[in-house]
Design a protein around this ligand. Structure first.
Ligand SMILES: [Zn+2]
Ligand SMILES: [Zn+2]
Length: 343
């Protein structure tokens, strides 16, 4: 079969590899569409970050829609031919956090497309617990967005967003825009988005942002305070991962508000703790998802989340390096989520 394999920074090769076979509890999936994630892009542009040296060459990818091709031993809740999507994590089910049901925090975590071969291939394998059936009302294109939307929804849950709350999102990438949709679905009455790119900010307005605050148009905290009567928001969600974005996120919240960190950081940043102490703000992490993927499929099925405009192009897997990864690096205005169509 064909697969897109990571050999090193800016070195992706479309080549023949043997087909995988599913282990116990796993599914072998025939991939229809694979999405390029921000983490895949980081591995391409400036990696390796999370790919262990002994896994190279590695097939990237953990965002997908496909059909079940083969059932591993012991799998009973899927049938061959089922249309499915899924998420990236492997968890042990036995460590202390897994026993609490907090699988995203597993001590022995693995990740499809980073520690095992991923979905940018004709076939790949993943655990059945990380796979969800797609109803007829959810297209393959939307199915391929389940994983990133699950990240966004988990972040909104970490922010304890309630109906009527005000929310700010820092970041105009797929996770930030997904968080805007998830916050709206959770009942937030006002959702502000802090954006760097005008094209993406314009899209945020179409997706229901109350207002978009551009980083190059003055102090974003001051802007948000003007928009919220000097109060700030109940929850602010950081979806960038730059050293100075967590401080900004904290300062966007009201007294007693929650700042959620979702970005993946390459460098540490600093926090002025006096902005937390006297205002009793809370700063919390948000790591991937637990089973939000299932909820996302329900939200897609009944139209409470419509992420269609996040998909900016669909290109063949064989052209992924030039028409997908390179385009996402070069042109952030025009590209948000690029899907790869698998032959
Ligand atoms: Zn992803
Ligand atoms: Zn575990």
């Amino acid at each position: 079969m064909k697969a897109l394999r990571w050999y090193g920074r800016k070195d992706l090769r479309y080549e023949d590899v043997p087909e995988p076979s599913p282990g116990p509890g796993q599914l072998k999936i025939k991939v229809t569409l694979a999405g390029i994630c921000g983490t895949d892009l980081k591995e391409y542009a400036t990696g390796p970050h999370m790919i262990p040296p002994d896994r190279v060459p590695l097939t990237l990818g953990h965002e997908f829609a496909g059909t079940v091709d083969t059932l591993g031993k012991g799998v009973t809740d899927f049938n061959v031919g089922d249309r499915v999507s899924g998420v990236g994590y492997y968890y042990c089910g036995e460590c202390y956090v897994c026993k609490e049901g907090r699988y995203n925090l597993c001590v022995n975590q693995g990740f499809t497309g980073l520690t095992t071969d991923g979905c940018m291939a004709e076939f790949f394998v993943l655990p059945a617990y990380a796979c969800y059936k797609l109803p007829d009302t959810v297209s393959d294109e939307y199915g391929a967005l389940v994983e990133p939307l699950a990240v966004s929804l988990h972040a909104v849950r970490q922010g304890k967003v309630q109906p009527g709350d005000t929310v700010a999102i820092v970041g105009d990438g797929a996770i930030g825009l997904g968080a805007l949709l998830a916050a709206r679905a959770a009942g937030a009455s006002e959702v502000y988005l802090v954006a760097k790119h005008k094209g993406r900010g314009g899209l945020a307005e179409k997706l229901g942002a109350t207002a978009v605050i551009y980083l190059d148009e003055g102090n974003p905290v001051q802007k948000l305070m003007e928009l919220t009567g000097g109060i700030g928001v109940n929850a602010a969600i950081e979806c960038v991962g730059y050293p100075d974005t967590p401080q900004l996120t904290v300062e966007l919240t009201r007294r007693g508000g929650i700042a959620v960190i979702t970005g993946v950081f390459e460098k540490p940043g600093t926090i002025d703790f006096s902005t937390i102490l006297f205002t009793e703000r809370m700063l919390v992490g948000s790591s991937i998802y637990i089973h939000e993927g299932r909820t996302v499929i329900d939200l897609l099925a009944d139209g409470r989340i419509d992420p269609g405009s996040l998909i900016t192009s669909i290109v063949p897997l064989k052209d992924a390096a030039e028409l997908g990864f390179e385009q996402l690096v070069q042109n952030k205005e025009a590209n948000i989520k690029v899907l790869l169509s698998v032959p």
